[in-house]
Design a protein around this ligand. Sequence first.
Ligand SMILES: *[C@@H]1O[C@H](CO)[C@@H](O)[C@H](O)[C@H]1NC(C)=O
Ligand SMILES: *[C@@H]1O[C@H](CO)[C@@H](O)[C@H](O)[C@H]1NC(C)=O
Length: 203
Amino acid sequence: MAAPGFIIAALVFSCLAANSCAVTFSSLPNNLIVSASTKQGQVLKAGEDKITITWSLNTSLPAGTDSSYHMVEVKLCYAPISQQDRAWRRTEDDLTRDKTCQHKIVTRPYSRSNNTFTWTVQKDVPTATYFIRAYVQNSHDEECAYGQTTDSHKATNLFDVQAISGRHASLDIASVCFSAFSIVSLFGFFFMEKRKAKSSQQK
Ligand SMILES: *[C@@H]1O[C@H](CO)[C@@H](O)[C@H](O)[C@H]1NC(C)=O
Ligand SMILES: *[C@@H]1O[C@H](CO)[C@@H](O)[C@H](O)[C@H]1NC(C)=O
């Protein structure tokens, strides 16, 4: 029991540590304009093809909108076309639990304009349909705004990545995190019930 318990605890901890700030996605303003060199339906090869991404502040916003903006984190986000209306395809409103944007592309200090980055699609990106989203963070690593290459329904400007080995994004870290959580909560519940039963017997 000790060894599996430790592994589960370590897993849960690493899941929590990887996602330490709590904001809701629906409260974030779409203040960044993000674009990519990819075309709708384009197929890119993992480990080979490149994407050039540009981002800047929407210049029609009032002055001072970006006064707390500190860093920009650009991410590759998952949006399988065939699953368009499934709940799990949506961005989890609690960003600490979101599973749709797991591939970090680059983190850069915030700058209002002229931001560009050319990324070679990493070898470990699974075959799926994607778009690009950038989150702006303040100096406490909290998300303040975002921008993305697709519309709010994740229907436009999607591109595909073809993995080298034919890997599919069916089992990702997030689902491992999720099942570890369930196991831990189950065990926790079981032990608490046992304790309760014991203490009520002693009375
Ligand atoms: C920029 O911001 C203005 C004002 O909020 C908004 O009306 C406009 O649609 C935005 N432009 C883009 C490209 O998002
Ligand atoms: C962005 O680049 C253009 C052309 O290179 C330059 O004129 C402009 O001043 C730059 N803007 C900022 C905010 O650096």
